[in-house]
Write a protein that binds this ligand. Structure first.
Ligand code: OXT
Ligand code: ADP
Ligand code: MG
Length: 570
């Protein structure tokens, strides 16, 4: 606490003001890697009752903070040292911004006077300038009396409007700056209504309802913005009252249970092609939706209704005939009340055709999920894990990889909102362990992380972190010996092919090295037993799932994005 000084009265300093400003705004969890100049800040935070989780690499701490923001609607905080630590955290900050997750990267920095004259300070870098293009806002605080306002600005910038990443630069000198304690207390700011509701204009609602009324083959697409908004009951009511089939984007799965009769998840191609009116709720028409045009969308003319908090998202790729700008909760409420009691559900020729396609795709997949082959294929292994999630619907599923991601997305049904956390808008590998750790810390729920062996390698060292904090995380590494497959060969030399890893690797031993539980599973039955035991015990566990090295395909479901050389391959 503040030191007593007989002449000037009680004093405080930058360290304490940062801590008090965060606590005043209900921010109590920090994801960090210690070092100069923030080691003592972490220690003091812990001493003041905050939860400070130390990672092995800032990128993983950053991914943890990003997903914490998605899960809680409060900015997740990642705390790093200067230059290299800051840069390690920056990928996650950019990822948070890209995915519209609220996060604040707080980094210590070197002496401004030396940095600006480029005189070679310890870890010298103009961090503010570097962060700026990669986040929503970037601030630097130079005076202790501005810490309160700086943190308030960072919080509001992260969560208001379209959420995103914010950078906050805290020079080393600032932390040690001293000021009068009561003036310090008065300088702190409690952010009131950090993400104010944004009501849609009534005429935009009327316009949207008119477009929907004229539809013969309407479709709702729910994106992760809808999951973030935590307007779960209203969204469900809108879908059910409208009678419109809906397609969940990956992280919106479970907003309504995937087994819901209106889910068109298993008829994706059909509904994109055949629909005539599409209402997007918290989903962008980016690459994941083929930009709203082209082959995936068929030749039938489309009209788009778009609900989003960010006005500039409208017409980003195609014309939006009914833009509805506002927060999803308010927009969905307004649409619902505008529908009234005499809303006409879509023709059964449309809903029946969608249902028929869903049923036939589900039935076609079902027998493949039953196989008990060893080594496992994706369907057998994921069939076993699908049952586990069905029986434990409140567990959180973390998922990354290529084939491991794409097969898991369509095979594993989700039943509750915000339970599926994955690679997001960039398809980034490496989010796995940070995401799993934050999911366990923020929700207290058991976590099942289904990881390609390549994907896992990006953050694998964090199994030590999982063991250190004894988190209820079960990691299943889909070990097919490589990126996409383990079978590529290099015909030109002794090095193995670029996509291939050490054969018969035992990732389970990594977890054992830190006191967790390791299993090697060679069949779906073994996998099921091992994962059930892990989920029952809540002990940190890693299951090495031996997958047929030939089972995957290049880049999973997005192989079409690979450029093709015009010169034949050797
Ligand atoms: O309707 P149709 O007939 O089309 O059928 C669809 C659905 O209707 C149907 N379906 C169902 N059928 C039956 N039952 C049910 N329940 C059901 N549900 C759905 O199934 C099909 C498919 O449905 P889906 O998936 O919804 O539809 P589709 O067409 O695939 O959707 C399109 C997309 C684009 C929305 C979707 O594919 C998608 O979301 N894709 C995301 C892809 C992605 O992000 N991939 C990750 C990146 S790949 C690559 O970049 C990798 N790298 C490079 C790298 C990266 N990424 N990052 C960094 C930091 N460095 C490098 C690397 C290194 S992946 C990778 C590692 C890979 O190796 P691993 O070892 O980790 O993994 P393995 O591959 O396993 O070895
Ligand atoms: P997905 O990848 O699932 O399709 P995207 O990340 O592309 O989802 O889209 C999420 C969208 O949700 C963003 O355009 C973002 O502005 C929007 N969004 C996030 N939170 C809210 C909210 N509370 N109200 C309205 N829109 C939101
Ligand atoms: Mg693999």
């Amino acid at each position: 606490m503040a030191e007593e000084n007989e002449e000037t009265g009680a004093l405080t300093d930058g360290f304490h003001l940062v801590i008090e400003a965060l606590k005043l705004n209900d921010i109590n969890t920090i994801y960090n890697v210690p070092g100069i100049p923030i080691t003592d800040l972490g220690r003091m935070m812990q001493a003041e009752g905050m939860r400070v989780l130390s990672f092995r690499h800032e990128q993983n701490a950053g991914y943890a903070a990003a997903i914490a923001g998605f899960l809680t609607q409060k900015p997740g905080i990642c705390l790093t040292v200067s230059a290299p630590g800051f840069l390690n955290g920056l990928t996650a900050l950019a990822h948070a911004t890209t995915n519209c997750f609220p996060m604040i990267l707080i980094s210590g920095s070197s002496e401004r006077e030396i940095v600006d004259l480029q005189q070679g300070d310890y870890e010298e870098m103009d961090q503010l300038a570097i962060a700026k293009p990669l986040c929503k806002a970037a601030y630097r605080v130079l005076h202790a009396e501005d810490i309160g306002i700086g943190i308030a600005r960072a919080i509001r910038a992260a969560v208001s409007g379209r959420p995103g990443g914010v950078y906050l630069d805290l020079p080393a000198k600032l932390l040690g700056q001293v000021m009068d304690q009561s003036a310090g207390e008065q300088s702190l700011v409690k952010v009131i209504d950090a993400a104010p509701r944004q009501l849609p204009a009534p005429d935009s609602i009327e316009r949207a309802l008119n477009v929907l009324k004229g539809a013969e083959r309407p479709l709702i697409i729910l994106g992760k913005g809808a999951a973030y908004a935590q307007a779960d009951n209203a969204i469900r009511a809108l879908v059910e009252t409208s009678g419109i089939p809906y397609l969940p984007m990956s992280m919106a799965k479970g907003l309504l249970p995937d087994t819901h009769p209106q889910s068109a998840g298993a008829a994706r191609s059909l509904v994109l092609k055949e629909s005539d009116v599409v209402m997007l709720i918290g989903a962008r028409l980016n690459w994941l939706l083929s930009h709203g045009k082209g082959k995936a969308w068929g030749t039938a003319p489309k009209k788009f209704v778009h609900i989003d908090i960010e006005p500039r998202e409208m017409d980003s790729n195609v014309e939006i005939v009914a833009p509805v700008v506002g927060d999803i909760g308010s927009c969905v409420d307004a649409l619902l009340s505008g529908m009234g009691n005499d809303w006409k559900v879509p023709p059964s020729t449309w809903t029946g055709a969608v249902k028929e396609k869903v049923d036939s795709n589900v039935a076609r997949m079902a027998p493949r999920l039953q196989n008990n082959n060893g080594p496992m294929d994706y369907h057998g292994a994921l069939g076993a894990l699908r049952t586990i999630i069905k029986e434990r619907p409140d567990a959180i599923l973390v998922n990354e990889g290529a084939n491991t991601l794409d097969f898991a997305r369509s095979i594993i049904d989700m039943y509750q909102p915000r339970k599926r956390l994955d690679v997001g808008t960039w398809g980034v590998m490496g989010v796995g362990m940070g995401t799993a750790i934050a999911a366990a810390v923020e929700t207290g729920k058991p976590v099942l992380a289904i990881e390609g062996d390549s994907a896992f390698g990006f953050s694998g060292m964090e199994v030590e972190t999982i063991c250190r904090y004894n988190l209820p995380v079960c990691v299943v590494v889909f070990n097919n010996g490589g990126i996409y497959r383990g079978t590529d060969e290099n015909s030109a030399g002794d090095d193995v092919a670029t996509t291939v890893f050490v054969k018969d690797a035992r990732y389970d031993k990594m977890m054992e090295a830190f006191g967790g539980v390791g299993f090697n599973a060679t069949s779906p039955n073994e996998l099921s037993q091992a994962v059930n035991a892990a989920m029952d015990s809540g002990k940190p566990t890693l299951v090495n799932a031996v997958i047929d090295a030939e089972a995957g395909t290049e880049s999973g479901r997005i192989g079409n994005l690979n450029p093709q050389s015009v010169v034949a391959k050797k």
